[in-house]
Write a protein that binds this ligand. Structure first.
Ligand code: IPM
Ligand code: MG
Length: 368
């Protein structure tokens, strides 16, 4: 059998730097755990635009469709702000999500013990926090038609459409319930059924899937604004949160910050199973391209490294190896190793991006 295949799309800004550390980790698993991957690399976002005039070529899209997992760094940067909307770096990412039909975006928000003090919330509110946001990723207002900027009564009107079909809600609800069964057995579904018809349908369909297929999982519903408030008040009440594309975008950034740093959080975007039984999958850090620190070796590679850990778990069925990698990250943090984002102004000297990667490799070596 051939090795599992991975396509690396490092992208823009800090994407290539953090991805360099992931490459070291992949090499480590090949050398020390006999887990070889066929790794190829290509361009996405502004980097692809610079080379080809488009944020994602058809050839790259084709490669992404035919690998076992895509690892993506980050896209975007101020240099590309002037570009036409249709060729902005973000369009490359959105095309990947849409055409690979990666409907379930898993965004864990986990607070590492060593960082509990670093959260903007009180330590007892966040210590031990472990929640999973399941964000619908291929529909809703991000993709709904009609959309655009039109002229009406002599003024411009910006239009986007929130739209969900029952089957789109059903499949992401199932993903959330399946995950909950393997975690704390609780799902909270968030929408705005008080003001949006799409929210009314969302709530009904999630409830139906629960009653018919997952009655043993505890289900609650919350308006998304109240959900945001509860996330800040007492986040540990949640286990799995399932929500739409736009609310999921906002709520996952808020949840990320609870844990101390956006530089810590990975994500997995999963679609339907392929012929080999593996889900279509793309893994990426939740943070963006951070152009202000790009190229300076300041970026925290942990979110990208933990995204690879999610690939080990969800694409390659290597849960024990994912545990090993996560324990190595935890060890390094417990030892006080910090990139700049994890330090206050008077908290000592940060390590560089590559030093953080090296420390994690050393912890992996020590785990053998
Ligand atoms: C995210 C990002 C993206 C989104 C952008 C870069 C298109 O914010 O993955 O959360 O809005 O989905
Ligand atoms: Mg976002």
């Amino acid at each position: 059998m051939s090795n599992p295949s991975i396509l690396i799309l490092a992208g823009d800004g800090i994407g290539p730097e953090v991805m360099d550390e992931v490459k070291k980790i992949i090499t480590w698993f090949g050398a020390k755990r006999d887990l070889a991957f066929d790794v190829s690399e290509d361009l996405v976002g502004g980097a692809a635009y610079d080379a080809h005039g488009t944020p994602l070529t058809d050839a790259t899209m084709d490669k992404a469709q035919n690998v076992d997992a895509v690892l993506l760094g980050a896209v975007g940067g101020p240099k590309y702000d002037v570009l036409d909307f249709s060729v902005k770096p973000e369009r490359g990412l959105l095309r990947l999500r849409k055409e690979m039909d990666l409907f379930a975006n898993l965004r864990p928000a986990q607070c590492f013990d060593a960082l509990a003090d670093f959260s903007s919330l009180k330590k007892d509110v966040v210590a031990g926090l472990d929640i999973m946001i399941v964000r619908e990723l291929t529909s809703g207002i991000y993709f709904g038609e009609p959309r655009g900027i039109i002229v009406e009564n002599n003024e411009r009107v910006g239009i986007n459409t929130q739209r969900y079909t029952e089957s789109e809600i059903e499949r992401v609800a199932r993903s959330a319930f399946e995950l909950a069964k393997r975690r704390g057995n609780k799902v909270c579904s968030m929408e705005k059924a008080n003001v949006m018809e799409s929210g009314i349908l969302w709530r009904e369909v999630v409830q139906k899937i629960h009653d018919e297929e997952y009655p043993e999982v505890e289900l609650s519903h919350m308006y998304a604004d109240a959900g945001a408030m509860q996330l800040c008040r007492w986040p540990k009440q949640f286990d799995v949160i399932v929500t739409d594309n736009l609310f999921g975008d906002l709520l996952s950034d808020a949840a990320a910050m609870l844990t101390g740093s956006l530089g810590m959080l990975p994500s997995a975007s999963l679609g339907a199973p392929m012929a080999n039984g593996r889900p279509k999958a793309m893994y990426e850090p939740v943070h963006g391209s951070a152009p202000d620190i790009a190229g300076e070796g300041k970026a925290n590679p942990i979110a990208c490294i933990l995204s690879f850990s999610m690939a080990l778990r969800y694409s390659f069925d290597l849960g024990a190896e994912a545990d090993r990698l996560e324990a190595a990250v935890e060890k390094v943090l417990a030892d006080g190793v910090r990139t700049a984002d994890l330090l206050g102004p008077e908290d000592g000297t940060p390590v560089s991006t590559s030093e953080m990667g090296d420390k994690i490799i050393a912890a992996l070596d020590a785990s053998l």
